[in-house]
Design a protein around this ligand. Structure first.
Ligand code: NAP
Length: 283
């Protein structure tokens, strides 16, 4: 498995499996087993997805050793602050039926992120989290966290796909040794991405699918990527991306699709911040 080395030396699989919008817990459990059977070794869930227990059951049922799996979950906003972060972390561990996490992320860049970050630093020092990071942080928000804390985030998980390519953000992260992880690599199917003409042409030339071309394009940019699917065929398709390479010309051509802004979630939008503040989950 291709990996990305995090700033603390931990190897993170470059290709993983996301489980957002899998509210049907049986479907989620089967999808995770399907992914692990295929060879995926990175799982990405969140307390806000309300499916950590299904992921935990799938890991146990899969027969794959826990230590072979790079397990990520995320802290939701309602649990921010030093003490409540620690409590939320242990509740996630319990639901996942594990005694450590490979990666714990602060899910949203608002509210008491510094209090939560100090809790993550302490849990990391205790060894119950192997790597700590954030999600949806702008370069300014990353700089704030890096400047006013002891440990810098090792990962920032952000919306990244052909219509939102994150070049500037990725450069800032690279300069600060923060690994970039792409969420919604397929833009959640928006903008007719799977039939986009340029991507279709490149896919046909390589005898691959558009989904595979997108994943390959991200992997070749050294971006960790976590596609989601509940369909066993597509789960396998999304993992079959290590037997071809995109050319420099393919990479450059895909860069022309960038719209330079998020398509799914604009984290700088005040209305979105207010909306996030209202979201409560059974965490
Ligand atoms: P995504 O992976 O971009 O797209 C998923 C959609 O694409 C689903 O409708 C899926 O349908 C379809 N699909 C998957 N593989 C396909 C293929 N080979 N051909 C055609 N269609 C395909 O969207 P996402 O789930 O939002 O993002 C991926 C992961 O990122 C999430 O699961 C989650 O772990 C993470 N994420 C994080 C954040 C954050 O704020 N940190 C936000 C969103 C997502 P089927 O399931 O029916 O195959």
């Amino acid at each position: 498995m291709l990996t990305t080395e995090l700033s603390n030396g931990i190897a993170m699989p470059r290709l993983g499996f996301g489980v957002f919008q899998m509210a049907d817990l049986n479907l989620c459990e089967e999808a995770v087993i399907s992914a692990l059977t295929c060879g995926y070794r990175l799982l990405d869930t969140a307390s806000a997805y309300e499916n950590e227990a299904a992921v935990g059951r799938a890991i146990l049922r899969s027969g794959v050793a826990r230590k072979e799996i790079f397990l990520t979950t995320k802290l939701w906003v309602q649990d921010y602050g030093y003490e409540s972060t620690k409590a939320a972390f242990y509740r996630s561990l319990e639901r996942l039926q594990t005694d450590y996490l490979d990666l714990y992320l602060i899910h949203q860049p608002y509210s008491d992120i510094h209090g939560s970050w100090r809790a993550l630093e302490d849990l990391y020092r205790e060894g119950v989290i192997k790597a700590i990071g954030v999600s949806n942080f702008s370069s300014a928000q990353l700089a704030d966290l890096i400047t006013f804390n002891r440990i810098a985030p090792m990962v920032n998980q952000v919306e990244t796909h052909p219509f939102c390519q994150q070049w500037q953000a990725a450069e800032f992260m690279q300069q600060h040794h923060v690994a970039i992880e792409a969420w919604a690599p397929f833009a959640e199917g928006k903008n007719e991405i799977f039939t986009q003409p340029l991507l279709t042409k490149i896919a046909q030339r390589h005898q691959k699918t558009v989904a595979q071309v997108i994943l390959r394009w991200l992997l070749q940019r050294n971006i960790v990527v976590i596609p989601k699917s509940v369909n066993p065929q597509r789960i396998a398709e999304n993992f079959a991306v290590f037997d071809f390479s995109l050319t420099e010309q393919d990479m450059e051509a895909i860069s022309t699709l960038d719209l330079g802004k998020p398509l799914i979630a604009n984290h700088a939008d005040p209305e979105r911040i207010k909306f996030i503040g209202t979201r409560r989950f059974a965490t």
